[in-house]
Design a protein around this ligand. Structure first.
Ligand code: ADP
Ligand code: MG
Length: 328
């Protein structure tokens, strides 16, 4: 018989999560008390972030498996810690679960979550489990930083702008999943879809950048919106060189079929979870990591953000998704 959340019950659900998660180092109380206690003897700075994922706003259970959803819920939060130049250490997982949810589904989801935590050396320190009308997954990550950490508000005019990886793949992957795009090959479809389903938070890069970058942000809402966050916070503008925006071979061949504009997806699509960062002109981006890093523009003191073509034509840089505004 297939059990659902009502039959299994809150206590049993929590016990199964705890069993899978084990007990992380540095916790003075394991899961089960009213709160977790973290040994902070060796910490210089704690970096804490939280994000909420709501069914049908952030994910569609028809398009993602529970294991993948759990993994991604951890990954997108770890990405925020990476963007601050810190290492993720502990996670709290709070879930609103429809009472009809199957127990196996809940377990797959939490297993995916814990698998991602394990990949990034992050321990599960607690959470909350409650019944809800629709799925709500709220994740908090506590990270540790050394003296230097990264902010959005500290870019300087003259800095170069860099981005890791390639942009637009995740948005293309989502369109393929929604059957709004036909792909030239299965391999291409697979690559783009996995960029959407399984983001790879840039923790190692963030840590290296903490000593050399002037500012950073992770690309959750698209280059257009996230660069705007850096510029607004820093009181600067920016120029992005259109030809420099890194587009993957898969996205390039998809755009050659004529149905999509790869630059549009790279600028306005979201969920790439790459790092966008700035560095003084004298600084070289870190090498030695197996991650492509591309210089895509410059911070300016003019309060505008422009996209410049090879021929020197300028246009305003488009924007990505904004909740409330884009829901209308
Ligand atoms: P309280 O009633 O004090 O809020 P709970 O019954 O909600 O306690 O939680 C009991 C313990 O189980 C706590 O230590 C809490 O952190 C942990 N916990 C509850 N839900 C989860 C979850 N989804 N993931 C990890 N730990 C959880
Ligand atoms: Mg509780």
């Amino acid at each position: 018989m297939v059990m659902d959340a009502r039959e299994t019950g809150e206590l049993e659900l929590i016990q199964r999560i705890v069993k899978k998660a084990g007990s992380p180092d540095g916790l003075l109380t394991a899961i089960g008390d009213d709160a977790c206690v973290i040994d902070i003897t060796d910490i210089n700075k704690a970096v804490v972030t939280t994000d909420m994922l709501i069914e049908n706003t952030h994910f569609d259970l028809k398009l993602i498996s529970p294991e993948q959803l759990g993994y991604k819920s951890a990954a997108v939060n770890i990405s925020d810690v990476a963007a601050m130049g810190a290492s993720p250490k502990y996670a709290l997982l709070s879930m609103g679960i429809p009472s009809t949810a199957k127990t196996g589904f809940i377990e797959d989801l939490t297993n995916g979550f814990i698998n991602c935590l394990n990949e990034f050396g992050t321990g599960l320190a607690g959470g909350d489990t409650t019944a809800a009308e629709q799925w709500v997954i709220s994740v908090t990550i506590i990270g540790f930083a050394r003296n230097n950490y990264l902010r959005r508000s500290t870019a300087q005019p003259g800095d170069n702008i860099f981005v890791s990886g390639t942009l637009g793949d995740s948005a293309a992957g989502l369109s393929i999943l929604r059957k709004k795009l036909i792909t030239p090959s299965k391999t291409i479809a697979h690559q783009l879809i996995s960029a959407h389903i399984k983001p790879d938070p840039r923790v190692d890069l963030g840590l290296l950048l903490s000593d050399i970058a002037t500012s950073a942000i992770d690309l959750s809402d698209g280059l257009g919106t996230d660069l705007r966050h850096i510029c607004r916070a820093s009181g600067t503008g920016a120029i992005i060189y259109k030809e420099a925006i890194p587009i993957s071979d898969s996205l390039r061949s998809l755009s050659e079929t004529g149905n999509i504009d790869s630059i549009e997806l790279a600028v306005s699509g979201g969920e790439d979870y790459e790092l966008l960062f700035t560095m003084p002109p004298s600084a070289e981006p870190p090498s030695g990591l197996d991650i492509k890093i591309t210089k895509i523009g410059k911070i300016t003191d003019r309060l505008e953000i422009v996209l410049m073509t090879e021929k020197g034509q300028k246009q305003p840089l488009g924007q990505g998704y904004e909740h409330f505004k884009d829901q209308k």
